[in-house]
Design a protein around this ligand. Sequence first.
Ligand code: PBG
Length: 326
Amino acid sequence: MAFPQTRLRRLRRTGALRSLVRETRLAASDLVLPLFVTHGSDVREPIGAMPGVERLSIEHAVAEAGEAAGLGLPGVLLFGIPATKDAEGSGAWDEEGVVQLATRAIKEAHPDLLVITDLCLCEYTDHGHCGLLADDGEVDNDATLELLARAAVAQARAGADLIAPSDMMDGRVGAIRAALDEEGFTHTPILAYSAKFSSAFYGPFREAAGSTPAFGDRRGYQMDPANADEALREVRLDVEEGADVVMVKPALPYLDVIRRVKDETRMPVAAYHVSGEYAALKAAAQAGYLDERAAVLETLTSIRRAGADIVITYHAKDAARWLRQS
Ligand code: PBG
């Protein structure tokens, strides 16, 4: 009887065997929770397209951060919704800006939880673009670098553990590194949104942060979704300029890019499972089309399997709870 000798199913028969040979582990310690921090007090505003996610004023953000820490998440990623916006985005570097205030409050209450601050101007500019506009309406790259550097220093001064530039200006990692070093923050690492694609999946975030560009779009600075070689060039430049962790964003449509970045750089890699990816899974689950828990854990595992060490996801708290039970 000459049946084939390979029997892959032998190791799939029981949970214990499957666990023994599992190649990729997903743990709460891999997941970072994004938080939308808004001005004002006692504010909790639900975000339409992101069920379960709210804009939180600082005291609620502190409580949410405490919950995240209690669930074993290593950190939170802060986005700010300022009271007022202007052409330069001055709320980004204001010492009393909403992210700076929230960072201080969270670090004071939960010193061991990492506070990662998203660094971009689009939440703070009245036109919604990620940088300063030149007279012709284009984003002025080099003038923007100075403002980003200033904002990075303000975030570091507030106690941010990692600075995460998401603007996609050329040369910003080098500019931010130089400014941080000059101000004595030589130990503050940079988590660079290195390969950030111009994606339809950011829609719900822009509603949440009120950062939809007033005109045009972000294709002049964010990456073309069709390009993977270019993503590697972006990543290499950021590493040369001093990035400590590199990020690919969004996650699921770019798993191939995550894998290549990991293989070709061997850097710590983060992947951002973005608002639209969250919204799509939530909507399908709410319609009864998908089992939310199974679909979310499978998705997050696939992002880890592709090569991400860190997954930034709005599902982080739920996933941490589910992983605890499993
Ligand atoms: C700011 C920024 C965006 C996201 C993270 N940082 C929006 C954008 O670039 O339009 C998107 C995150 C998400 O969709 O969850 N530049």
